[in-house]
Design a protein around this ligand. Sequence first.
Ligand SMILES: Cc1cc2nc3c(=O)[nH]c(=O)nc-3n(C[C@H](O)[C@H](O)[C@H](O)COP(=O)(O)OP(=O)(O)OC[C@H]3O[C@@H](n4cnc5c(N)ncnc54)[C@H](O)[C@@H]3O)c2cc1C
Length: 490
Amino acid sequence: MAEDSGLYFDVIVVGGGNAAMCAALSAREMGARVLLMEKAAPEERGGNCPYTGGGFRFTHNGADDLRPLLADPSVLEGLEDAISPYTESDYRREMLEKTAGRTNPKLLATLIAESYPTVLWMRGQGIEFELSGRGARVVPGVRVGASAVGSGPGLIAMHYTAARRHGVEVVYETKMLRLLTDDSGAVTGVVAEDADGVQEIGAGGVVLACGGFEASSEMRAEHLGGHWGGAKVRGSRHNTGDGHRAASEIGASTAGQWTGYHGTPIDADAPDTGSPDSVDRLPRRSYPFGVMLNMDGERFVDEGSDFALNNFVEMGALILKQPEGIAYQVFDAKAESLLEERYGSACAVRGSTIGELAEMMGLDRSKVEGTIGKFNAAVQQGEFDPSRMDGKGTEGIEPPKSNWARAIDKPPFSAYRVMGGITYTFGGLKIDTRAQVLDGEDRPIPGLFAAGEIVGGFFYFDSLRASGLMHGAVFGRIGGANAAGRMRGG
Ligand SMILES: Cc1cc2nc3c(=O)[nH]c(=O)nc-3n(C[C@H](O)[C@H](O)[C@H](O)COP(=O)(O)OP(=O)(O)OC[C@H]3O[C@@H](n4cnc5c(N)ncnc54)[C@H](O)[C@@H]3O)c2cc1C
């Protein structure tokens, strides 16, 4: 981009993931000339989307509603009665259960009402779906949704193909730095940087769809707590809160739980930022079947307080709070067959005695022997049953282990080095149901729209599976159309 080229687009979309693509396609459908600005190079495009399974959660009335979405509708043959409807009240209840009732009710109502029309519209734009579980067996009575064909990477590939077909202009390795405003405070474009330098680009409307702030160490430390500064990032390295900062600079209001995030215990040798190829191999969530020791050789948490599915997010945070932000998950031979398959890809430390294991871990031998010895002595009788909360716990130690407690006494022993990994953040910009970004007085900032992970108000404490992509698509589509509505002469 040359200096002073006087570039102008009807709509600029900042970001290159699912929300951005839906915004760009929607604005284009309205006849707007659209520039989509992706910070990443082509091989890293799409933000966190390629890391997902590509699942979309939407309301439907059963097989007849799913049929028009599917690349291969014949998979529904014989399954018509097995697929139950997923109703508006199911969606609302499940979201509010996850978020302790805190999801913004107006945004939630729009998300739910527009979910099915939006996936249908996406299909019309060229996004093909398959039954969730990648065409896997449908269990009778389960209310399946749909996933993009080829999961997250497939979704992004189809989006970029659709963008090219529909005439969206895409630039890569171009970073939005700031927003431009006029005297009235309306947004009139962006300041962007690419290999040629910094340039102003005018626009009738700007849609911010540039993700969360999980890849910014400073913003994590500021909002999630200092211990999060050194976390591993599971997804894209490009989601550094640029949109949060640019919008805040011009008076945008924030919403949602800024201390909230999705995270997990992760292999301590994971790369600092993610790669779609390895992301599924790196979580370490089999801790209920062993103990966790910090670098002082001490236990620090009840590893058996619940199934890992229910507490792995908080476990990741607790590990980061330990000395050096590191812990070891320690198992004996009895537990080996219970470990998640992905532990097979990890570099474990092994020993034929606890003392030998401690030395391999680089921890104080007598300290670790003492901790494990005390733990083993505290284990109570009872039937071990990994399929339920078996109540087989410890007595007389702090912290206790409430379920699945068995002595760590059968060699060989193994230890896996883990730390906290962040998936995505919850806090973001405040928008209304037209995807307009609001100012401190809850007035729309003219010309500024936002969608996707950059928006706050959907998730608190936890998130609802497959609804991140869905809300990005719903509000991306709405924001793109409304931004296009500001076209000169439009
Ligand atoms: C491992 C993992 C698993 C997940 N699983 C699921 C799941 O199963 N279901 C689900 O619904 N969600 C899941 N998510 C969350 C999901 O990825 C997000 O909900 C979704 O990707 C958000 O879409 P988005 O378009 O808002 O942001 P992203 O897809 O992250 O895209 C943000 C885009 O903005 C670009 N960008 C950033 N800054 C700038 C800038 N200054 N200028 C220009 N461009 C910029 C980035 O390069 C990127 O292209 C998962 C995330 C991860 C990491």
